[in-house]
Ligand binder design. Structure first.
Ligand code: FE
Ligand code: ZN
Ligand code: FE
Length: 209
């Protein structure tokens, strides 16, 4: 395997990721309450279609086909967005969950494009670097816009929480939530042997008080 093949693999992964977003984003947009956030995500959906076309152009330039690898990372990111959509929260509180999951999605893309660009630079594939960088900038701008659009929504969500606080006390957990809780416990337990070797456990105590 050559570095060029690793780059092709990375780009196939990104191609799958972008297509997954195009499939999932309309459902997300429908459930967002905040008009500005809705407009922002709608614009980014259109931008994403351009990113798919851009990737096809790169593949054509390299004489390869764009398909061949499913991006499991994006599948996970989108699963988290879906989980946020399934919460029975409404309005700003629901938007807050969607924002958290969407921002992770953007940063996952940023990581993928950054790595691909570094590889293309090493290979002196200038045209590939140029096109991938255009997309990287779109992703960075999208992440920035989501975060700045979040400010007012989060304030609203904070006010909303006070009104609804009492209802949440003895809520039943569904099987999916229980499974997630158990897995998280396992994560902690499996990390424990390594954590015991940590050289900075003292700061943890200070922070928790
Ligand atoms: Fe994208
Ligand atoms: Zn991936
Ligand atoms: Fe994006």
């Amino acid at each position: 395997m050559s570095l060029k093949e690793v780059l092709i693999d990375e780009m196939r992964d990104l191609y799958s990721a972008e297509n997954q977003i195009i499939k999932a984003l309309p459902k997300t947009i429908k459930q967002v309450s905040d008009d500005k956030m809705k407009a922002l995500l709608t614009a980014h959906l259109e931008e994403t279609k351009g990113q798919v076309v851009r990737l096809r152009t790169i593949f054509e330039h390299l004489g390869k086909k764009p398909t061949g690898k499913h991006c499991s990372g994006m599948e996970g990111c989108i699963k988290e967005v879906t989980e946020a959509l399934e919460e029975d929260e409404e309005g700003a509180l629901k938007d807050a969950g969607i924002i958290g999951a969407s921002l992770r999605t953007e940063h996952y893309e940023i990581a993928g494009y950054s790595a691909a660009i570094a590889m293309a630079k090493t290979l002196k594939e200038d045209e590939v670097v140029k096109l991938l960088t255009e997309t990287l900038h779109e992703e960075q701008t999208a992440a920035k816009n989501i975060l700045s659009g979040a400010t007012s929504i989060l304030k609203e969500a904070d006010a909303q929480e006070d009104e609804e606080d009492e209802e949440e006390e003895d809520e039943e957990k569904d099987p999916q939530e229980k499974e997630s809780e158990e897995k998280s416990k396992e994560d902690e337990e499996e990390a424990a042997p390594e954590m015991e070797k940590a050289t900075t456990p003292k700061t943890e105590k200070k922070a928790s008080k």
